[in-house]
Design a protein around this ligand. Structure first.
Ligand SMILES: [Zn+2]
Length: 74
């Protein structure tokens, strides 16, 4: 797994990434920790096999969109 997961809110790499294998579903769970929040993404084992070149993109994009304080009034 290559790439750096960047935080869309802080505009920097996230503080920590944790990967957990779910023994019930064989999915892999990625947790990105940043600015006191956790974003969790589940990737199925098939997805991992199919796309070995999978790369991290940006986390917390939704969080940024939902941030009410970021609205600029001009
Ligand atoms: Zn952040």
């Amino acid at each position: 797994m290559n790439g750096v997961l960047r935080c869309a809110v802080c505009d920097k790499p996230v503080d920590m990434i944790e990967t957990v294998n779910d023994p019930m579903t064989w999915n892999r769970i990625f947790r990105a920790y940043c600015h006191g929040e956790v974003e969790e993404a589940t990737i199925s084992d098939l997805t991992i096999v199919d796309s070995l070149g999978i790369q991290f993109d940006t986390a917390f994009r939704r969080a940024k969109l939902e941030r009410p304080n970021e609205k600029s009034t001009t």
